[in-house]
Design a protein around this ligand. Structure first.
Ligand code: PLP
Length: 275
């Protein structure tokens, strides 16, 4: 196993030549993996979260959630899921879209909210444009909300959300106003994750903490207004491999990165020109 950027691929070496302290990104790691696979006859690379078939494959999550809710005799008012490439969000949310299209089961549509990091806000601050799924431009072009394929997000601890774009299906639904998106800062997500761990005995992944933050905030709003709402969220992973990040959070070493407006503007200038 090698950390990206590595000195084993041209992509990695080029990135390190420009910035020896390059923190890497999902887009860059994908480029390295594709380069490695393309150079070997015995290796293929299957693109992940961003592609539509992956999003659809993940819908088993939402289909099962619907069955469980039916068993519980309940139905969500709002669904939250962390959003990196988008398949976790899509997996939970997409099965509810058909219900929403026919007015919603309880006479009102379920709100479907993708939660992303404030420092890597592809849906909430990106352009809806054709772009590559990886940093070097090896993948096919996809129409998606993007911060630019060579955008290097700040080194937040939810590594799975450090991706410049969002899946074309998620992007199209967002463009058409059928789903919502929000961005949350890093420290608030760790606050939420710790609160959740203390209450539930499950240490969530830093990615999942984004959805938990949004759920807690919605629940607090409901407390204020006196509304009763059923909130469903995607606990996408446990945090047992992220203890070093929690350690840094408790040591007061984590920071909130400001919205990297200048870096995003610059990388959006490198979007491929599509005629
Ligand atoms: C625990 C966890 N949650 C959420 C995500 C985001 O996933 P997606 O790319 O499906 O949006 C990731 C991505 O790696 C992850 O590791």
């Amino acid at each position: 196993m090698f950390a990206s950027p590595s000195n084993l691929t041209k992509t990695g070496l080029d990135a390190l030549a420009i910035d020896p302290n390059n923190m890497g990104s999902l887009g860059l790691a994908i480029s390295e993996a594709v380069e490695e696979a393309a150079s070997r006859a015995d290796t293929n690379y299957a693109l992940g979260s961003v592609l539509n078939h992956v999003a659809l494959h993940q819908t088993i999550i939402g289909l099962e959630a619907k069955k469980q809710l039916e068993m519980a005799g309940d139905w969500p008012d709002v669904i939250f899921a962390p959003c990196g490439g988008g398949s976790s969000f899509a997996g939970l949310a997409f099965p509810f879209i058909a219900d929403n299209a026919s007015g919603g089961r309880n006479g009102k549509p379920v709100r479907l909210v993708a939660v992303e990091p404030a420092s890597c806000p592809s849906l909430t601050k990106g352009d809806f444009a054709y772009d590559f799924g990886d940093a070097s431009g090896f993948t096919p072009l996809m129409k998606m909300y993007t911060l630019g394929h060579d955008f290097m997000p700040p080194g937040i601890h939810a590594g799975g959300l450090r991706y410049h774009g969002a899946s074309p299906l998620v992007s199209q639904l967002y463009h058409e106003g059928l789903i919502e998106a929000m961005a949350v800062p890093q420290l608030a997500t760790f606050d939420a994750g710790v609160m959740f761990a203390r209450a539930e005995g499950i240490i969530p992944a830093p990615e999942s903490n984004h959805a938990i933050r949004a759920v807690i905030d919605e629940a607090l709003r409901c407390k204020e207004t006196g509304e009763a709402k059923t909130l469903l969220f995607n606990l996408t992973g446990h945090g047992y491999f992220d203890m070093a990040s929690y350690d840094r959070y408790f040591a007061g070493e984590l920071e909130d990165f400001s919205y990297p407006e200048a870096a995003i503007k610059e990388s959006l200038r490198h979007l491929p020109k599509v005629g």
